[in-house]
Design a binder for this molecule. Structure first.
Ligand SMILES: Nc1ncnc2c1ncn2[C@@H]1O[C@H](COP(=O)(O)OP(=O)(O)O)[C@@H](O)[C@H]1O
Ligand SMILES: [Mg+2]
Length: 221
């Protein structure tokens, strides 16, 4: 499976979600490659932190690929790995479009903040433009960084439910220090000690919901 984590907003949690997805799949015994398609290189930074924390034991393959040839390179890599995760930058770039063109699943996190939600129209438009090149692409939106007491989350959920071309996943990820701290150490919340049970549960529920949505969409075809 090829997953692209993207969107048209920086700071929405793309790298946090990509890296947690990588470790989630690793724990299922899968052979994973994480493609850093962002010139800011946060996924590569994560790999460097992880190598330090785990004393050289990365557990997955890390590469950086950007530009219009990304899809061709990923197509070759996909033959050799169980899953490919592509972490993109928060802009509508050639790299992100190239990644979307070759992916099975396009995951778009939205922080429940107005500036983030305003990018929804651009994401919908980009998907509409990319669909002819990749008609089977499964596009999924979800909320990341939800504040426990924030009422805005429900308003944003409402907007995302009504989006076109992208399905809303009801499982959301909270704004939790454990997500920020674990990524900073090159770890997933699944690996952080002491364990933040709520964060782990949220991540597992999100991953289950993603799998379910992908299965449903595939069956309908
Ligand atoms: N669920 C979360 N809870 C707490 N902090 C988060 C969460 N998701 C992301 N962050 C923090 O928000 C910032 C941006 O996240 P990042 O994953 O780098 O976003 P992006 O890759 O979309 O730019 C980072 O400081 C990260 O630690
Ligand atoms: Mg990033």
């Amino acid at each position: 499976m090829i997953y692209t984590v993207g969107g048209i907003k920086g700071g929405s949690g793309k790298t946090t979600i990509s890296t947690n997805l990588v470790v989630y799949l690793l724990k299922q015994g899968r052979d994973i490659i994480l493609v850093d398609a962002d010139d800011q290189e946060s996924a590569s930074d994560f790999a460097a932190f992880r190598l330090h924390t785990l004393e050289g034991n990365l557990g997955y393959t890390a590469v950086k690929i950007t530009g219009s040839e990304l899809n061709a390179s990923v197509a070759k890599l996909a033959e050799k790995y169980d899953d490919v995760i592509i972490d993109t930058g928060g802009r509508d770039t050639v790299s992100q479009r190239s990644a979307v063109s070759i992916s099975h699943v396009y995951l778009v996190p939205f922080a429940p903040r107005s500036l983030d939600v305003w990018t929804l129209g651009k994401v919908e438009k980009m998907i509409a433009e990319m669909k002819p090149f990749n008609p089977k692409l499964v596009c999924l939106a979800f909320i990341n960084k939800a504040d426990p007491r924030g009422s805005y989350k429900e308003e944003v959920a409402e907007l995302l439910r009504e989006a076109t071309n992208i399905e809303f996943i009801e499982a959301s990820i909270g704004n939790r220090i454990s997500f920020a701290n674990s990524v900073g150490a090159g770890l997933s919340v699944l690996e952080l000690k002491p364990t933040d049970d709520k964060a782990v549960k949220e991540l597992e529920q999100l991953m289950n919901a993603i799998n379910k949505a992908v299965d449903n969409k595939s069956e309908r075809r």
